[in-house]
Design a binder for this molecule. Structure first.
Ligand code: NAI
Length: 342
């Protein structure tokens, strides 16, 4: 019931949790890549948060218009715009949560890994600035390939001597959002009640929904499991193809990212009952990074939830074994990108 209350609170912005009373608009959030397809609707959703006092929008493209537009919404936060590298440091000073949707999205026929060459450098440069200006902030990485960009961020933070693994998150919330939606549709459940943990990583077969752990408890035929799993794994590509060259998921991604921001802010604000899935440094498997459910607290990742990996079905266990090789290679590619730079 508590979990349902938390989910419902995140989705409805309705503070019902037992240990959480009145939100205070006292947190500063920065969005890097705020002029983009994800950045703009994400900024709008964060502007609606009752917990945010300051919303900083940064992009290499002009974000003055986005900021002016959003600043007219009569919600608590003050919106400031920062355009170009010379304004990045000021954008980041004093910020509590930094969200990074900067970079190029997929076009039809591309894998997330095809974005590596461009997005790896973008993430590296942005995280260097975070290390210099707000090393204590929670960092939410959306830019793909998440399986590599999160390890890149970790290596940069290590080089700068400020790596706190509890505060670095790969945003995989969209996989959970999709899984919840597809399962609720398939099983005629009330969407608000459905919660499917999604583990592994954020690309193709590394996205592993644990349908057997769906709450409320629900049974699936083998065929349903296969179809739902494949649909959840390929849902991003569904959108890429429907947009036919105009990019990848932006609106559902903004929704998912805003949910993750709100969860982080509630945790910072003292809510002790905040759970999300995220791609983080992990010891749940032999891989150094792994997406699983985590408990988020004031200091970031408070606990990984190992019980999700126990009692897997044969199908899930096979999926888990099958994803490890690809995920390990993507993680290593990220690490090498930073370590092998001249
Ligand atoms: P977009 O091209 O619409 O927007 C990207 C924005 O980043 C642009 O405004 C661009 O000017 C800005 N940008 C580029 N280089 C920058 C830099 N060095 N510093 C600051 N801003 C910079 O792309 P969209 O659709 O918003 O996607 C962004 C990223 O999010 C892509 O890498 C995409 O693959 C990823 N993504 C991740 C998902 C996830 O579940 N984690 C889901 C969907 C997309």
């Amino acid at each position: 019931a508590l979990r349902a209350a938390v989910v419902s609170k995140v989705q409805n912005n309705n503070p019902r949790s037992l240990n959480y009373v009145q939100p205070q608009a006292s947190y500063k959030v920065a969005v890097l890549g705020a002029g983009g397809g994800i950045g703009q609707p994400l900024a709008l959703l964060v502007k609606m948060s009752p917990l945010v006092s300051d919303l900083h929008l940064y992009d290499i493209a002009n974000v003055k218009g986005v900021a002016a537009d959003l600043s007219h919404c009569n919600t608590p936060s003050r919106v400031l715009d920062f355009t170009g590298a010379s304004e990045l440091a000021n954008c980041l000073k004093g910020v509590d949560v930094v969200v990074i949707p900067a970079g190029v999205p997929r076009k039809p026929g591309m894998t997330r890994d095809d974005l590596f060459n461009i997005n790896a450098s973008i993430v590296k440069n942005l995280v260097e600035a975070i290390a210099d200006n707000c090393p204590d902030a929670f960092i939410h990485i959306i830019s793909n390939p998440v399986n590599s960009t999160v390890p890149i961020a970790a290596e940069v933070l290590k080089q700068k001597g400020v790596y706190d693994p509890k505060k670095l998150f790969g945003v995989t919330t969209l996989d959970v959002v999709r899984a919840n939606t597809f399962v609720a549709e398939k099983k005629n459940l009330r969407l608000i009640d459905v919660d499917v943990p999604v583990i592994g990583g954020h690309a193709g077969i590394t996205i592993l929904p644990l349908l057997s752990k769906t709450k409320p408890s629900v049974t699936f035929t083998d065929e349903e499991v296969e179809k739902l799993t494949v649909r959840i794994q390929n849902a991003g590509t569904e959108v890429v193809e429907a947009k036919a060259g105009a990019g990848s998921a932006t609106l559902s991604m903004a929704y998912a990212a805003a949910r993750f921001v709100e969860s982080s802010l509630r945790a910072l604000d003292g809510d002790t009952d905040v759970y999300e899935c995220s791609f983080v440094q992990s010891n749940l498997t032999e891989l150094p990074f792994f997406a699983s459910r985590i408990k988020i607290g004031k200091n970031g990742v408070e606990a990984l939830i190992p019980s999700d990996l126990q009692g897997l079905t044969e199908y899930e266990q096979k999926g888990l074994e099958a994803l490890k090789e690809e995920l390990e290679a993507s993680i290593q590619k990220g690490v090498d990108f930073v370590q092998k730079q001249p």
